[in-house]
Design a protein around this ligand. Structure first.
Ligand SMILES: [Zn+2]
Length: 324
């Protein structure tokens, strides 16, 4: 009769039972038990040093889990990251659904001059928005794992922001300079060079340090503001009124407003600096920043679609001619 040994690992409720048989006939049954203790929220002063980032948010923290499963389980427990996670998760899924199913049915009216490139440009923007929002959602869910995971996911978050800015700029440059393609090419190359420099910077360990928060906010604002160069060039080439139409400047202005105000609130931690402890679960600067990012991205989509419609209407009526 085979000798049977049972080894138990971890404790709480049984999740897996694995049986193996060695050469001498010993059967080993390994009963693995998963950690099933509840996620307990803790106070700022109970956090390990690496998790202490915002001293004005006093409660509602998920303490270092050292477990991906626990990080995922924290999704079911309302904590001070819940709004950050779900706001961008829901928006990311929405953009992905639009990207997959609705771009040609709902959003894009068809003109005689419409080609697959138009779908690609608009889908590129949707993909950029999805990448940014899903990266951010994953970061906020996984950052409580450990310091090394937090560092790694924060880089995913920053690269997502760079993707969103890059895809936003390229999509609008395409329509703004659709009939002057050489300008589109030049400004796209400049945007890609800036995006590469930004990526190199965010991969540097110093970029993620606590003292760099206002610099991080300013850094992304500056990259977005590089749009001033092609817009300025557009003013001198086409005049103010036409640029207003070409890139749907009123929507771009709203987009800029939401991104800049959101980044400033994030950088200066308003409102929790003014009333520490009052915005622990709902209403903190980071949560407002997330909502502002969603609103900014929606206004950009409106600008791209409006710009597409304006340019193709004029091409169809022979007001503009396409050049290469
Ligand atoms: Zn965030």
């Amino acid at each position: 009769m085979a000798h049977i040994a049972t080894v138990e690992r971890e404790y709480s409720s049984v999740s897996k039972r694995r049986t193996s048989k060695s050469a001498n006939g010993t059967v080993t049954i390994e009963v693995e038990r998963e950690e099933h203790e509840e996620i307990k929220l803790c106070h700022f002063h109970e956090l390990p040093d690496w998790q202490k980032d915002n001293e004005f948010i006093l409660t509602g923290y998920v303490r270092e889990t050292n477990s991906i499963k626990k990080c995922l389980r924290s999704l079911g427990c309302f904590n001070n990251e819940s709004i950050n996670i779900y706001s961008h998760l829901i928006a990311a899924i929405s953009y992905f659904v639009v990207l997959l199913f609705y771009t040609d049915i709902l959003c894009i009216p068809s003109f005689p001059s419409t080609t697959f490139v138009d779908y690609m440009v608009i889908d590129l923007y949707l993909l950029g928005a999805f990448t940014c929002l899903i990266g951010s959602s994953l970061f906020h869910c996984m950052k409580q794992h450990s310091e090394s995971h937090s560092d790694m996911w924060s880089k995913v978050d920053y690269i997502g922001i760079i993707c969103l800015i890059t895809c936003s700029l390229i999509s609008l440059l395409y329509y703004g300079y659709m009939d002057h393609f050489i300008y589109f090419k030049v400004f796209t190359v400049i945007t890609l060079v800036l995006a590469t420099i930004c990526t190199i910077c965010v991969l540097d360990q110093r970029f993620n340090s606590k003292n760099f928060r206002p610099i991080r906010a300013g850094f992304f604002i500056l990259f977005s503001m590089s749009a001033v160069i092609p817009i300025g060039a557009g003013f001198s080439k086409f005049g103010f009124t036409e640029v207003l139409q070409r890139i749907q400047l009123r929507f771009v202005a709203w987009e800029t407003f939401f991104y800049v105000v959101g980044a400033l609130l994030y950088g200066f931690r308003i409102p929790e600096t003014l009333y520490p402890g009052n915005f622990d679960l709902v209403g903190s600067s980071h949560q407002i920043f997330h909502i502002m990012v969603i609103l900014g991205s929606v206004f950009h989509l409106k600008a791209v679609l409006g710009s597409y419609t304006f340019m193709h209407s004029n091409i169809s009526s022979n007001s503009f001619t396409l050049s290469s």
